[in-house]
Structure formats: C-alpha cells, structure tokens
Write a protein that binds this ligand. Sequence first.
Ligand SMILES: [Zn+2]
Length: 1005
Amino acid sequence: MNSRLPVLCSLLIPAALVAAGSPQPAAAPAPQPATYAVQPIDAHPEWDAEYTRLIRDATTGPQFMTDLVDHLPASATAPTPKKFLGYIAGAPDHLTYAEDVHAYMRALETASPRVKVFTIGKTEEGREMIAVAIADEATIASLDAYRQIAAKLSDPRATSEEEAQRLIAQGKPIYYLTGAMHSPETGSPEMLMELAYRLAVADTPTIAAIRSNVITLITPVLEVDGRDRMVDVVRWQEANPSGGVPPLVYWGHYVAHDNNRDTIGLGLAMTRNVLQVSLDWHPQVIHDLHESIPFLYISTGTGPYNAWLDPLVIDEFTRMADLEVQELTRRGLPGVWTHGFYDGWAPSYLFWIGLGHNAIGRFYETFGNHVPSTEERVVRRFGDRAWFRPNPPLPAVKWSLRNNVNYQQSGVLLALADMASRRAHFLEQYWTLGKRSVAKARTEGPAAYVFDAGQKRQGQLRDLMSLLRAHGIEVQVADKPFTLKPGWPPAVPKQAERDEKRNGKDKADKTAQPADDTVTFGAGSFVVRMDQPLSRLADTLLDTQYVRGDERVYDDTGWTLGYTRNLESTRIVNQEVLTVPMHPWNGPAPASVSLKGAAIAIENTADTDLVRLRTALPRVRLLVTEEEIKGARSRPAGTVLVPVDDASRTAVTQALASLSLRVEALDSLPAVKTHELALPRVAVLHTWLSTQDEGWYRLALEDLKLPYSYISTQSVAKDSELRASYDVIIFPPVGRSSSQDIVNGLPPGPPLPWKKTPLTPNLGVDQTDDMRPGLGIAGLANIKRFVEDGGLLITVQETARWAVDYGLARWVRVIETPKLKAAGSILRAAFVDRTSPVAYGYDETLPVYFDGSPVFKVGVFDRPERDSQRPSGRGGKDDPDVPQGRPFIPTPERPTPGPGEEGFQLPEDLRIFYEPYLPRIEDRPRVIVAFPKEADKILLSGMLEGAEEISGKPVVIDAPLGKGHVLLFANNPMWRVNTQGSYALVTNAILNFDHLGLGWPPAKK
Ligand SMILES: [Zn+2]
C-alpha cells in the first residue's frame, strides 16, 4: 500500500472527533494504596458477582491480583466470556479454540456499538484471522476517519505542519495488541476476550478514559493453526491423564517458535496479515503477548539495541516499561521487571512491524503453564534479584492460568491508560518520528541505497524490491544513467592509514568502494531513498551489521538483504543521489520476449528464476552445458539451452514473460556437451523431534514451485526401496537434536500419537501413531542404500553432522572451535571447485548464512598447520639453520597438494604403511565451497570472532557414496525465506542430481 493517501477532506471529520481534542479528564488510574486491598463483592452491585467470585477462586493468592482485574462489571446486553463459553477467562482446565474466541468477539460486536470485528486474512491452513476494534460508540462509528488521520500523520511529505497539528488535536492513537503467536503460550486469547468485554462495558474513570481517547485493536490469536493444535493437545491430555502429552511438534503449518522471526522475509501468512493491518490502520503501538518468563517481563532488552532505530523510539519503549513495572509493583505484584532478557538487535520479530513503521513495538513475557491446569512451579532462572529486578519472581509458587491472565491484563490496562492520558503525545510522536525519518537522508544519512540495473541476478533483484514494497517501503527507478561519488565508506584518516601501514596491513577491504571513487549506475537502477517515512526500516534491512564478539545476543546478528540475495547494492551518503531523475516503481511488469530461432540460450546466474523456468515447463527439455561455448560470444559451463519448436514456443514465451532472465535467440543448438536439467522426484525428510527449520525449506521449494514429497524418519525406516520413489532426499536441519537423537528418537514409553481424531481434529501436517521412534539403524541403512543406488542426499548443519557421525560422508570430520563466535552471521565463502554443477552460475565468492557450527575438516592425514620455526642460530629468521662441522643438507620443501589432495597427501616418509588408509581420489569428499583462507576477509555482516578457526574450512562438500552423493552444508542455504542468494547451491544440486560427478576426480595438474 502506498503510504500517500488521497487528500482527506477535513470537513468529513465528524463532530465527535473534534470533541476528542478538547481537554480530557486525566486518564491515569487513580492512585491506589501501596498494598492492594481486595474489595468485598457485595459492596459493588455494578459487578457481575458470580464472575468476580470465579476470578478470585481461580487466582492462587491476592498478591497475584490487582484492582484492575479482581472483578468484572455486569452488563445487561453484552455477554461475558462465562455467559458465552460457560467459563471465565483463565478458568482452570479450559482453553478456547480460535474459532470460539472469534465467535465470542463477534457476539460482543453484536451486543455493543463499542466493538467492531474485522477479518484480516487467512492462515496457511485456511483458518480466519481477525482484528477487533474497541472504543466509544462515536469513535467506532468514525473508524475510517481516524484511520485516515493516522495515515496522514504517517507521511510528513503529504501533510503540512499546520494540518498535522490540527489532526493531532483531533485524532486518536491506536494501540494494537496481539496474542497467541507462540502456541504453547496459551493465556493471551483468554485474557483478550475478557479485556475486550471490560473495555466495552466498564464505567470506571480509567476504562472510560481509555474508551474515549484510544482505539484498542486486538488480534486475539496470531498463530491460529497452532492454537487449535494446542487446544487439541490439551484435550488429549485431559482425556488421557495417565499418558504423556504429545509434544507440540507443529505449531503453524511451516514453523514453530520462529514465526516470530519472519518480519524480514514475510514468508508466513500471519506476518503478512498483521503487516497489512499496520499499513491500513497505522497503529502507534504494537504489543505482542508472550508467556515464557516469570512473572511479567516487559520488553526493553539488554542491548545491543538495533542501531537504526530513532533514539526517541528507544526512550519511549523504555519509559513505557518503567511506568508499568513501577505501577504493578506498587500494586503489590511480585516479579514484574524489565531489561534483563532479549537483546533488541534483530528486526525479525513481529513487533518490528511497529518499530519499522515509526511506532512502538514491544512485548510482554508472562508466566504461562502451557496447559490450563494449576501447577506448583519452581523459578530458578530469572528468579534472582538484580539491579533491573529488585522485586524478583517468587522462587516457588502455585500458579494458575488466571494468575497469568491477571498479570497480562493489568499491565495492558496500565499501558492503555497511559496512552489515554497522553493521547496527543502518541500522535505527536508518531508524526515526529515520520518527519525525522524523512530528514534522515540529509542529516545522519545515508541518502539512498542503489541497486544497479546491470547486475546479474535480475529475478532476485526484482523479488527483493517487491519485498521492500510489501513492507511499505517506496522504491524508485532511475530514468537514466548517473555517476556520483558514493561518499561511503568514509576515507581512512591519515593517522589510521599510517598505523595500518606500520602494522603491515593493506587498506581495510579491497572490495569496498573508497569514498572518493565515482560509480556509474545504469538507467533503470533501483533507488531506495532515505527521505521517506520508512527510511529506518529500509536502512536496517539494507545496511551492514557489526556485532562485537563479547555481546550476548538473542538471535541472528547479520541479515543484510543485498548479501543474502547475492546482489550488488551501494550505500550512498552523497545527497546528490536524491536529485537524480527517477520515478516510483510499482512492481514488476511482464518481460517482452520474442523467440524467433530454433533455440534460446539463457545466462545462468544462479538466480531463483532459472528454477522457476524449469518448474514452469515440466514437459520442455532444458539443457545445461557441461563446457564453455566458445566463439564470438563465449558462454560458460552451466549455460541453459532450450530447443524451441512450434509446439513449445508459446509455453516458453509465456513462462519467460513473468521472469527476469537474460535470453538470447539462437539459430541452432550449439555443438557442445550438455545434459538435461532434471526435474527429479524430491522428498523433504523430517524428524518427530523438531520441524521448524525444515519448514523454511518447504516454503523455499514451494516458492520455486518445486514439487516434493513430505516424509518422516519413521517412513524412511520402513522403506528399503527409497530409490524406487525418490531421486533426491533433502534432510534439512533439525534444531539442536544430536545425531543419536535423530536415530533413536524420543525415549521409549507409552505411545504419543500425532493424529487427526475426533478428539484432536487439528493435529496434522504429517501424522503418526507414535512420535517416539526415530530413524533407527534400519532407516540409516535404507538411506545409505538409497545413496549407493544413485540417490542424492542433501544434509545441512545438524543433519550434515549426523551424516558424518554415521559414516555416510567418509573422511569428513566435525572439529571443535573453542574461540569461534559467529551467531547467525553473513560470511564470505569462495568457490574452490567450479567444475561441480553445484557451482553453476555463481561468481568467485558468495555471502552465506552461518550460525557457528558445524565446522568441517576433510582428509585422513593431519599435518601441522604450519612448519615449526627454525631454531635459534646464525643468520636471520628465514635463513636455514646450518649445523657446524659437516656439509649443509637443506630440508626438502613440502609438496604442494594437487586438486583433491588437500588432507589426502601421503606422509613423505614410510608411505607404504599409510597407503592402505588412503581412499581413491574418486571416493574422496570434494570441497566445492570454502571460507577464504584470509581470516580477515570472511566477515560480511554480523558477528565473527575467532575467524582463524574457520579460515579455509569447507562450507559445501560433496561426498560420493556408491553411485550417489551426500551433500553437506556447514551454512544454512535456505534460512527464513531470506537467503535466496544461496538457494541455487541446493537447487543446482537437485536439477543436476544425476550429473554431480562432473569434474570429479579432478584433472591431474
Ligand atoms: Zn513466545
């Protein structure tokens, strides 16, 4: 959605809006005595006495209750949760399906003119997501007008200061609450139903002020598919009190906990739906409710904080957290604190939809039991007193779902009351943050990022620009070529230059563009200007990250989208770039393709579009060249040739029209060695231990329209003829599971079914009668046989380690790296064997996502990394040592390893005894990609300390086994729908699965 809106006629603003601008009674909750006193129920005839009594029964002690939630007002018209569902919010042993939560919200809407429900989209499995707006009647009747006020305040280029001040006086800030993102964190949907009722019905001064000054927006269940599965699991547990509880192996359809890491790539429906709400409503706060920390942690974070945020944002979320900690502590709640959990660095969390859009993004962590039963809990971690936690959680506590509801709701009500009392402040701040974002290009910079039109990977470039637009970021296209000095990186100060020379170092990085060089960009280059309201989001996504090795970080440290998409992007500080003639880019236009000749040649740049072409044309032959096409126009091995005849011409033309591939018509097929680019039978293999990381692989393959079967380690254990069904098995990473866990599965015990039944209708994605058994030795043997029979097994991180541990990839070791610190970083890798089809289309180097392990070493014979130093003696450091009294005999030079010999060189002495241990060259693992040998050339973005422990180490290895191959990845090539630059390492292997032996064994030097 374009953030510039049609001009809003201020005459349309109803009188009720204007009234909102007049002074309001202070909305801050009335001061309470320092110790909270429970009010007797019979003193309050306006309360729903039964509901109030049930709240108190379900709370395990008065110290876990506040005056804000220890009662519920009665209503003659609006149904309470108890009236609608039969139980109160937070009742023991009751959890509500998302559909029933939504039905309750609609019942409130029917009964109250203060409530309105909107559908905001569907989940992957087709379930509905909603947003509920609550405010006074007049506000609800004019919601569109308020949304337009917020929209106008979001863009200072379209709104004058004078008009903004008028709108700030009239508008109402929007506080957006979201619940149940993480499916085992079960309290928030229950709480949000009661909150909606309370906000619609209660007549206390606090609630009345919230209603008239704030638009509260609620999405009670974010991960709707996972919520319903969690309620199923609880029903199963209640029906089987003696059996174990099946672990919630699937939350959403694709990922579990990492649904809260999708706000960079927007791969999940949930993220896209919430983003759309943000673009349509322009909330000033997004507040996400989680339940994994005692008793209430209010987000700020330990740092490092994201370096691209406006400091005003950080000041504000800190102020809000401090206020709520203080107010709740004053009311007597133990264990409410801030600061000491989570860092604040990566922009991948859902609440970043707020932070990235000039709003406040924040979250709560309350104490959840997962299941709705009351439990005796012990608090060790987070239970200590600290400067940021002077009133820590109790070390042992009887804890109920209602306690959780009380904490969440009390905090949220204080936050809403704060917004009500600072109505104008929140709108003013939103306006100011937008202005400062637009000014960024000319104050701190940069002025823009430019993606040159002439670069290689046009499909990935188009998709990245589309992603930025989906975030709401404006993208421009240069009308003609332009030349300027980027002004970045800044020139090295003279003293530093002298210091570097003295230390024998070169200028820091030869690939970086010195500030005083000019660069020319072609017509059609993409320009992402930093004088737009979302410049800070654009800057954080496109800039380079640096994180010190001694930081304790919570998640990935690097994400630079130009790197992860393998694109060239230039950070430009020079403000001249803002005057280049350009126009808005409104998304891709179909390519005009005319295919005249008998064939076409397609430049292979390892672009995702090449896979899309292959999958769009399953019946057309696509040939890939195994050698360079020589001639007037030489083309490297890996070029794709498509014979075109009248039968296929239309289909090929149509497929190319939606893609961004460089195509050239040929009169005839060149006489060159080729093989067919295959569309093999692919399976994605999952365990019953963890499915999250493989979900990103399913998303990647589906995005490329690459069909696959979805199989489990248990089905592999039963299938001794895997090769009859599949050509390629992808075994994506499995979280922190060990190799033994993959084989052995869960411990023995009563069956843990993951199955659709009348009691558990939502358990699915895959199904089993018992989640316990793993791959087993039989499954291992079946996979080995699959590879030996010519199959390709693709393994990544933990599964690559498993392949090493269980002998599927011989002569590869996983080594210890005690000094290495690389937490989700973007590192430079280099192609060391370009003859493998896995390397087709790539340049010399590639940015890869690496999370610190595994680190591989290849070979059978270890030799010292470095020859020992010469002894002290005559001459200089590099002179030979000459013993006296005999003729001098120099030590022979060590032989340099030839291709495929690294780690496999026989010792120079007594070779005959070592030869039996030396594998034939064709059987040796083949290193295709490795980290550069120069340790200081590895880090691109994020954290890297101890780089010398990975310098020169393999990243991608092809281990031959029988007639097939085991491919091992130390990096994760398909991560969070964000590493399209390395997708082709996987898809090249898939599409060439039957020709991976090309170039192996290597030609002798
Ligand atoms: Zn959570």
